[in-house]
Write a protein that binds this ligand. Structure first.
Ligand code: AMP
Length: 517
């Protein structure tokens, strides 16, 4: 099978050949002919399978006919994170060398002005994160009625980030007659529901089992005590051992943490200990994130500490090691994390730190991947006993700013140990924080008020659909406290900093709620 057998235009085949690709990957071979026949496609595929080119290449062929009109993009690609959106833009640039096409990227953290100017001139391809796209729409600068092809990429990640109501709204603004290409790595029930809603007689293409892990990856568990300084010590030892390994020496590695704050702390600690390290999390501005990623790709940095949301789906072809500093709470995240290594048949190693209290998450992962992961040098029962009086749960003090703003509550010592329920709430808040980055422009990027259309010039707010109203428990709704969009807008346009999650300071009403149980 070669690219010239798939029905792509000669220009596109030439561009792919120039990029050095000779054989289509399975998802490309199966999806491209259907996309060219203008059918809807449901692609169940993970990143690393070549799925981006599976929609980019036929779209480029289709776009050769016709031209863009002002404010009415011809195609729309939705991505859950800024990095993924930028990566798709790179794909268009790589394969559209022989064509005159205009591509615009609408992501948070970049000024509205430049994005507006591009849309006004007319674009063939619009690549966007959902929040920023809706912001542009609400400013009256964008019409979606000319969309011929809608691509929803990484749909299960969109679900995790609470973007589904936004996606439903955006799909409702596109013409009913559009072609829809929908990609997801897994098919949870909520995703199944929206595929039934968005896709018309789709061609379903599944290229690998959603829960499979590559056989080229050696997976290991490493028992550790759970206090942060002990986990950091265990991690440093692991990294050093990997650097000295004769069998599979560490070339570069991604270290995953569950929360942004941990990413920042671990990054500082590793830097202090002399490691070549960068960080990737949602509180960093766009330029810092891109710089860290570029430096890691070019091997100027050996290690990258990252959160799931920031790292999901990023195309870093040759990662030798993945370290799970925290065991992921969602088993699917384990599959995605370790999928960063062992790509394209290369050897990879994935090591997961496991502390007491992590057993449930570990069992869920092993159930999902269908096998037990081997312990390196003994399981939790072989950990040395702690000195008497010390427990094995992480002790966390309230953050400095929290200590300054509130007194400890009755029954709450200075060293507050989180319960599993508290931890879950904090983790969910962390996902919401990551999600909010898509929407809230940083201070410098806020457009001058006079540049914004007067309220009466803006399109009327769409009423909530009955479906939105029926699903008040999504992340999205909770993020904005159930406020209507016009109130959320004010919040997103605020000069204030990106809202933080609860951190270590859990509001009293939640603590009370937990206590009651
Ligand atoms: P993706 O799954 O779209 O993130 O792609 C993963 C990687 O595979 C990217 O680095 C692509 O450049 C690369 N790739 C895409 N198509 C092919 C192909 N036909 N042959 C070899 N590599 C490819």
């Amino acid at each position: 099978m070669s690219f010239s057998n798939l029905g792509l235009s000669q220009r596109v085949v030439d561009a792919v050949t120039a990029a050095g690709y000779t054989t289509p990957t399975p998802i490309q071979a199966q999806a491209i002919p259907h996309v060219l026949q203008r059918k809807d496609v449901l692609g169940i595929a993970q990143t690393g399978t070549g799925k981006t080119a599976a929609f980019t290449l036929p779209m480029l062929s289709i776009l050769e006919q016709g031209r863009a009109r002002a404010r009415m993009p011809r195609t729309l690609i939705l991505e859950p994170t800024r990095e993924l959106a930028a990566q798709v833009e790179e794909n268009f640039t790589k394969y559209s060398g022989n064509q005159k096409l205009s591509v615009a990227l609408l992501i948070g953290g970049v000024s509205f002005g430049d994005q507006d100017a591009k849309i006004t001139r007319g674009v063939d391809v619009l690549i966007a994160t959902p929040g920023r796209l809706l912001d542009h729409f609400e400013r009256g600068k964008l019409l979606l009625t000319g969309i011929e092809i809608l691509v929803i990429d990484e749909a299960d990640r969109m679900l995790d980030m609470g973007f589904i109501p936004d996606i439903e709204k955006i799909a409702g603004l596109c013409p009913f007659t559009r072609q829809t290409l929908f990609f997801t790595a897994t098919m949870p029930p909520e995703i199944k529901r929206i595929t039934d809603q968005f896709l018309h007689h789709p061609e379903v293409i599944e290229v690998s089992r959603p829960a499979s892990t590559a056989t080229t990856i050696t997976q290991n568990l490493v028992a550790t005590h759970s206090k942060d300084y002990e986990k950091r010590d265990t991690l440093r030892k692991l990294i050093r051992a990997a650097q000295e390994s004769a069998e599979h020496p560490l070339k570069n590695g991604i270290i995953f943490c569950n929360r942004k704050r941990e990413v920042a702390t671990l990054y500082r600690s590793l830097e202090k200990h002399g490691f070549s390290v960068g960080a990737l999390h949602g509180d960093m501005d766009q330029r810092a994130r891109m710089n860290a990623l570029d430096a890691f790709r070019k091997n100027d940095l050996t290690l990258l500490v990252a959160s799931d949301v920031a790292a999901r789906g990023l195309d870093i072809p040759d990662v030798s090691h993945v370290f799970n500093y925290d065991i992921p709470h969602h088993a699917e995240d384990y599959v995605h994390r370790i999928g960063r290594t062992g790509r394209a048949g290369r050897k990879g190693a994935a090591m997961t730190l496991v502390a007491r209290g992590d057993e449930k998450s570990l069992a869920a992962i092993e159930k999902l991947i269908g096998k037990a992961i081997e312990w390196q040098e003994g399981d939790l029962s072989s950990l040395p006993e702690r000195p008497e009086g010390e427990d094995d749960r992480p002790a966390r003090r309230p953050r400095r700013e929290d200590r300054e703003t509130r007194k400890p509550r009755r029954g709450e010592g200075r060293e507050h140990v989180r319960t599993a329920k508290e931890q879950k709430i904090i983790d969910e808040a962390s996902v919401r924080e990551e999600r909010s980055e898509d929407r809230a422009p940083p201070k410098a990027a806020k457009p001058p008020r006079e540049d914004r259309p007067a309220r009466e010039d803006r399109p009327a707010r769409q009423d909530r659909t009955p479906r939105d109203a029926q699903s008040p428990k999504t992340h999205s709704d909770r993020t904005d406290g159930g406020k209507p969009r016009h109130e959320q807008r004010r919040h997103r346009d605020d000069d204030g900093p990106t809202p933080k999650g609860f951190g270590d300071a859990i509001p009293g009403f939640l603590m009370a709620g937990m206590g009651k149980k």
